[in-house]
Design a protein around this ligand. Structure first.
Ligand code: FMN
Length: 311
């Protein structure tokens, strides 16, 4: 997830029990131009057993060299983003726009397949472009035919963005239409949700996005069995480890921003969290953020129920 699931977060998710993780989308054009932010994202962590790296792009001319570059950087899986609904992305023919012209997307995926034959090639798709006009099955069958190894389906349409309910029946339709593994995604907030998605759609795996931000311990079945004090200890340990990983990974100004971004999400749903959030964004150092988290935590031994997580 752009701006969030960078290396430190992914290390924490794995520590909590997640299977493999995918990095934030990297724009292929930016990577090829040598853009510093894109290049900084194209780095493998040898401690991550499987490193999936995702590219955004609109043509084989940049996606192919960008994919080769990621493989050289250590990517174990190359994933092509065909689901990003953001206007400035789809205006460039990237992300979910790739679902609109299936024939030209087939040519792009074929070119990628030819050039990166030793590394799994996967795609992440949406249900389709417009509500009520899903072409996920058509896209999935095309992808299988050109040699894509696996597909993740986030079944909302581009028009739906991130709102409303994710129509899981589209995941089931794709599972039934192809033989390659399908990962389901959308509205999974707990291990029980994940089990229900597998039961209802037959998907081979589940991808969790927003539900894990601020709550990476949801990947750990043991967390749910702890008493409230045990859960608080677990959470504090993870949050402090996350802040430490952020400090180790980013230069100081970016580390500060990242620590704020994630810690406000960890505090989401606490009593007084709106004030804490405001205070957090004004803090000048990571040390102050750590202290604010710990004191906010002690000040809220019985956290109020969390509101629904939003984008
Ligand atoms: C802030 C934000 C950034 C995202 N960035 C990406 C991304 O870089 N690549 C991607 O495939 N999906 C991205 N997504 C979509 C999520 O991966 C996921 O498909 C979507 O949020 C639905 O799943 P969820 O209900 O588990 O969050 C992003 C979503 C949000 C809210």
């Amino acid at each position: 997830m752009a701006g969030l699931t960078n290396m430190p977060f992914r290390q924490i998710a794995i520590r909590c029990g997640s299977g493999f993780t995918t990095n934030e989308e990297i724009d292929a054009d930016a990577l090829i131009r040598g853009n510093a932010i894109a290049c900084a994202m194209a780095v493998d962590d040898p401690d991550l057993e499987i490193s999936a790296m995702q590219l955004l792009g609109n043509s084989a001319e940049t996606l192919v060299p960008a994919a080769i570059r990621l493989v050289e950087a250590g990517a174990d899986i190359i994933d092509i983003n065909m689901g990003c609904p953001v206007s400035k992305i789809v205006r460039q023919g990237k992300g979910a726009a790739l679902m609109r012209d299936v024939a030209s997307t087939a040519r792009i995926l074929s070119a990628l397949r030819r050039e990166i034959e030793d590394v799994p090639l996967t795609i992440k798709i949406r249900g389709g472009w417009e509500d009520g006009a899903s072409n996920a099955v058509e896209v999935a069958v095309m992808a299988q035919d050109v040699g894509v190894d696996a597909i993740t389906v986030h079944p909302r349409s581009r028009e739906q963005q991130f709102g409303g309910r994710a129509p899981w029946d589209i995941i089931r339709d794709v599972v039934e239409a192809v033989e390659i593994p399908v990962t389901g995604n959308g509205d999974v907030r707990s291990l029980a949700d994940a089990e229900r998605m597998i039961r209802e759609t037959g998907c081979a795996a589940v991808m969790i996005g927003r539900g894990a931000i601020g709550r990476p311990w949801l990947f750990d079945a043991a967390y749910a069995r702890l008493d409230p004090a045990g859960q608080q200890r677990y959470e504090a340990e993870i949050v402090l480890a996350h802040i430490e990983a952020i400090e180790a990974h980013f230069p100081p100004p970016i580390a500060l921003l990242q620590a704020k971004k994630h810690v406000v999400r960890y505090a989401n749903g606490w009593r007084g969290s709106p004030e804490l959030r405001e205070r957090m964004f004004a803090l000048p150092t990571i040390e102050a953020i750590r202290e604010a988290y710990l004191s906010g935590r002690t000040g809220s031994p019985d956290p109020a129920p969390r509101p629904a997580i939003t984008a």
